[in-house]
Design a protein around this ligand. Structure first.
Ligand code: ARG
Length: 469
């Protein structure tokens, strides 16, 4: 091929004296990954052409040809008939060249008053907006699953931990509602990100705007954005929304990884608090007895890549001068990977959670070990008139005795307990039982079963209002 032929193969070759080096062409091309944006790219182009016609820049007939041509290109892509070409660099130029091939010279008018810089900024926002909505739905589905399980396990007693040491008895339902809260905050962050992102950069063109009489409100509205972006330089360079989305995702994954860690511990033979459904586990090729919690382990592991993506994007944007820079092409893969990973992890969780079986007996037995009602005994002594510090000391001595005798506080006789304080009376046993202990934490946010049920009701109301704002 002569240089001339090489030059004409690119849509911007006019000012160039020699063809792009073949390696550089491959190195700078993004089509291998940004072809994923074909739908958004065509959607944006249709809105742009519609606006160009309304502004008198192209004729009604030209608009019609462009829109039909884009429809045909889209069909070809979806039928897997489209030949993506690396010489055409990216999704935008591949589609534009295919359009021109189909409808001739009119295809070349589509790019009037536009640049790939505002085009890509629009495409990713459209893409992320869809992903955000799908991810939001998965969060909600998972939260519904948690509420369902929490409802079943509102009375189930388990040890609550601090420092992974038995602390006080809690209900399993209460524990699940703690996870629910984490996800509600994640959902709020996701919504905030969507709201800030939902502005239309089209019209910013390369960086300074365009000399054509464009109607930015119109393209913005056609694409379902809230309003056009306010500054053309910022429009083509801003990737805050990508960082924010990945930031949301990193926090969400951090939450999922914490849940995973607990599920893995609880499913172990040593805890045996839960049974994970077989379909979410795998066996070992050598140890026949094994049932490995692969799904939670993998979700825990995938947190690393999402955190990595957040760092990629933060570092990508650091020190970038205004306005558009080619660096920004590097935003696609971390964005795609983050969306895919988060969606899959949420899906796995939402499917798995309602199928978790609580092994209530084991939870109860574990709660009985570890003197989990020691604080209840101290509180009891306070109600009898002791200062809390003195009560703490008395209970500490009772626990030391229990360890020596291998007896839980609730298993000691009244006489045994009275060695440590004569204020202890028969009614102490009401507070030393696990049921008494949890039922006594009867206030907003407490672990008492009736509070858990009340919190579930509030949560259902919260989920009902979603999607309505
Ligand atoms: N592929 C580019 C990207 O992802 C599209 C914009 C290219 N603009 C340019 N002037 N080279 O950011």
């Amino acid at each position: 091929m002569s240089n001339d032929e090489d030059k004409t193969s690119s849509l911007w070759g006019g000012r160039f004296a020699e063809a792009t080096d073949a390696f550089v062409q491959r190195f700078t091309a993004s089509v291998d990954f940004d072809k994923r944006l074909y739908k958004q790219d065509i959607q944006g182009s249709i809105a742009h052409a519609t606006m160009l016609e309304a502004s008198g820049v192209i004729t009604a007939e030209e608009k019609k040809q462009i829109i039909e041509g884009l429809g045909a290109v889209k069909k070809e892509i979806e039928d897997d008939q489209f030949r993506w070409s690396i010489e055409l660099e990216d999704v935008h130029m591949n589609i534009e060249a295919a359009l021109t091939e189909k409808i001739g010279i009119v295809g070349k008018k589509l790019h009037t008053g536009r640049s790939r810089n505002d085009q890509i900024a629009t495409d990713i926002r459209l893409y992320l907006r869809e992903e955000i909505d799908r991810i939001g739905q998965e969060i909600t589905r998972l939260q519904h699953g948690l509420l369902q399980l929490a409802e079943q396990e509102a009375d189930t007693i388990m040890p609550g931990f601090t420092h992974l040491q038995t602390a006080q008895p809690v209900t399993f339902g209460h524990h699940l509602l703690a996870w629910y809260e984490m996800l509600s905050r994640d959902y709020g962050r996701l919504l905030g990100c969507r709201r800030r992102m939902n502005q239309c950069p089209l019209g910013a063109a390369a960086l300074a705007g365009t000399t054509f009489p464009i109607k930015r409100d119109m393209t913005s509205e056609l694409l379902g954005f809230n309003h056009p972006t306010r500054n053309s330089l910022d429009s083509v360079s801003d990737r805050d929304f990508a960082i924010e989305f990945t930031g949301f995702a990193a926090i969400l994954m951090t939450h999922l990884s914490r849940m995973c860690e607990e599920l893995i511990l609880w499913a172990s033979a040593d805890f045996a608090f839960i049974e994970l459904p077989d379909r979410f586990c795998t066996g070992s090729s050598i140890m026949p007895q094994k049932k490995n919690p692969d799904v939670p382990e993998l979700v825990r592991g995938k947190t690393g890549r999402v955190n990595g993506n957040l760092f990629s994007l933060l570092t990508l944007m650091k020190s970038q001068p205004l306005a558009y820079n080619k660096d920004n092409q590097e935003d696609k893969e971390p964005i795609f990977d983050t969306a895919d990973t988060v969606r899959d992890c949420l899906r796995a969780f939402a499917d798995m959670v309602p199928a978790i079986k609580a092994r209530r007996d084991n939870m109860l037995t574990a709660a009985k070990r570890g003197f989990s009602t020691a604080t209840d005994l101290a509180d009891y002594l306070v109600r009898q008139g002791k200062a809390f510090r003195d009560a703490h000391e008395i209970v500490g001595k009772s626990v030391a005795y229990g360890i020596e005798q291998n007896k839980d506080l609730s298993e000691m006789s009244l006489q045994e307990l009275q060695q440590f304080s004569s204020d202890i009376k028969q009614d102490v046993f009401d507070v030393l039982t696990l049921e008494g202990s949890v039922a006594a934490r009867d206030h907003i946010g407490g672990t008492a079963p009736n509070q858990v049920r009340a919190a579930i009701k509030v949560a259902h109301d919260e989920l009902k209002t979603r999607g309505k704002n």
